[in-house]
Design a protein around this ligand. Structure first.
Ligand code: ATP
Ligand code: MG
Length: 142
């Protein structure tokens, strides 16, 4: 077990459903503490850069269009095994396959608009947190 940081995004569909508070509450009540947070509306160029790893996938253009369709809430979460814990709370990428009680099962119905993003490794967590936040925006919560 290690203390990790991970990047969370509450995607435009969940923001549009007024689920920000409920989703943040799930993080906070499951050992993930908010170290940084803001609401942003990404430009197309920013969303393309953020999801550059998927640039060759057939769903890339739709994914970018969806991510800029409205504001998102980005946050840095910290806790024991934060990367895996966040992904457990999120549930499977396809909400139809997500375990009952997970965020995607409860707030999403399609793989295109699946409520939340979470970093998938320590390496992506570092690049993704730096993508959205500078040092002055990240707070020591000890
Ligand atoms: P995220 O990166 O958003 O946390 P993830 O790590 O569970 O999700 P990835 O494989 O990284 O899933 O895919 C990134 C996003 O691209 C997914 O959240 C989903 O919205 C979209 N996506 C992935 N696979 C498909 C697909 N087969 N069809 C349509 N959209 C997809
Ligand atoms: Mg991913």
């Amino acid at each position: 077990m290690a203390i990790e940081q991970t990047l969370s995004i509450i995607k435009p569909d969940a923001v549009g459903k007024d689920a920000i508070g409920t989703i943040l509450s799930r993080f906070e009540s499951n050992g993930l503490r908010v170290k940084a947070m803001k609401m942003v509306r990404m430009t197309r160029e920013q969303a393309q850069a953020f999801y550059a790893v998927h640039a060759d996938k057939p769903f890339y253009n739709d994914l970018v269009a969806f991510m800029i369709s409205g504001p998102v809430v980005v946050a840095i979460l910290e806790g024991e095994d934060a990367i895996a814990r966040n992904r457990e709370l999120m549930g499977a990428t396809n909400p139809q396959e997500a375990e009952p009680g997970t965020i995607r099962a409860d707030f999403a119905t399609t793989i295109d608009a699946n409520a939340v993003h979470g970093s998938d490794s320590p390496e992506t967590a570092v690049t993704e947190t730096a993508f959205f936040f500078n040092r002055l925006e990240i707070f020591d919560r000890e």
